[in-house]
Write a protein that binds this ligand. Structure first.
Ligand code: G3P
Length: 249
């Protein structure tokens, strides 16, 4: 782990029912969580209110997406103001499922991120390469391009966490090795130091996502530039998610 406070987010994606979420909330409420870790969960929009009203305040809430500006005539969208109204502190943006399945581009993602920050909502900014990009030796190019789009759009990095999620590792059970993840995290930090500032490079948490679970997290967490995790599948199990939070070294 790096120098900042460890950060662990649970991205529930499009999963859950009122019943399964109420069970997950009670497991999280009874879990013992290491005190020096920021812990965040991102339920589907529909369940944010349920989670906010029964989950311990120890855990902050993130949305999985937001609109690019103030609400209004934008059918099907959710505004940052509405997220704040429900008690959200964070929003996940640039997730590969939104980039590659829904088709969001860098510019659209950058707009959302800038607006969220302007309203004091923290951004979990996701970047990561596809398998074919890795195999073609383009991992750094892809990650730097996505980072640059955030850097060009963002007014400040104060309330931003970067999540490196190699797409080939997401939901596949094929976690990056600690060395593979560390190599990219270090490159991202170096990019920040050259293109933003040394201060932002040292202060910004860079977390890893992609098949992170209770058994592989401790080895990843030992790496110098891995400051936490963004967990998908394993965050749907309260005790396992707690064990990832507690993997901080
Ligand atoms: O945002 C977290 C995510 O994409 C990783 O998912 O299921 O591989 O842990 P998973």
């Amino acid at each position: 782990a790096g120098s900042g406070k460890f950060f662990v987010g649970g991205n529930w994606k499009c999963n859950g029912t009122k019943d399964s979420i109420s069970k997950l909330i009670s497991d999280l409420n009874s879990a013992k969580l290491e005190s020096d870790v920021d812990v965040v969960v991102a339920p589907p929009f529909l369940y944010i209110d349920q989670v906010k009203s029964s989950l311990t305040d120890r855990i902050e809430i993130s949305a999985q997406n937001c609109w690019t500006g103030k609400g209004g005539a934008f059918t099907g969208e959710i505004s940052v103001e509405q997220l704040k109204d429900l008690g959200c502190k964070w929003v996940i943006l640039g997730h590969s499922e939104r980039r590659h399945i829904i088709g969001e581009n860098d510019e659209f993602i950058g707009k959302k991120a800038a607006y969220a920050l302007s309203q004091n909502i923290g951004v979990i900014a996701c970047i990561g390469e596809l398998l074919e990009e890795r195999e073609a030796g383009k991992t750094f190019d892809v990650c730097f391009q996505q980072l640059k789009a955030f850097a060009d759009a963002l007014p400040s990095w104060d309330n931003v966490v970067i999540a490196y999620e190699p797409v080939w590792a997401i939901g596949t059970g094929k976690v990056a090795t600690p060395e593979q993840a560390q190599e990219v995290h270090a490159a991202v930090r170096d990019w920040l130091s050259k293109n933003v500032s040394a201060e932002v490079a040292s202060k910004t948490r860079i977390i890893y996502g992609g098949s992170a679970n209770g058994s592989n997290c401790s080895d990843l967490a030992k790496k110098e530039d891995i400051d936490g995790f963004l967990v998908g599948g394993a965050s749907l199990k309260g005790p396992e998610f707690a064990s990832i939070v507690n993997s901080v070294t």
